[in-house]
Design a protein around this ligand. Structure first.
Ligand SMILES: [Zn+2]
Length: 104
């Protein structure tokens, strides 16, 4: 699990690298064509927004791992629950964490 300051541990980064090596068939940047990536130091979270309204529902978020191209800075996001970095459905820093796969 991520510490309260949210910086990923070396162990979590190793889990992410292993997951990516098992799951990604190719990792060329879709914007610039380079293949050099940095895993973001922190998770980010996308809040759930109701349709057609500019306000947020409040507590539930989708935690994401960032993969950042070191050449052009294009950033891609992976669901941290599905990757096993965050436990689904548990409270974390007073926010509900969900995977978006119907198990949260
Ligand atoms: Zn790039």
């Amino acid at each position: 699990m991520v510490e309260k300051d949210a910086r990923l541990s070396q162990g979590e980064i190793e889990v992410i690298k292993k997951w990516m090596s098992q799951k990604l068939k190719q990792s060329v940047c879709s914007m610039c064509g380079e293949n050099q990536w940095h895993i973001g130091d922190h998770l980010v979270a996308s809040p759930i927004s109701p349709k057609g309204v500019g306000m947020m529902l409040g507590e539930a978020v989708y935690p994401q791992v960032m993969m950042i191209c070191t050449n052009c800075s294009h950033t891609v996001y992976f669901n941290a629950v599905a990757m096993g970095i965050v436990e689904g459905g548990k409270k974390h820093n007073e926010e509900k964490i969900i995977s978006g796969r119907g198990d949260g």
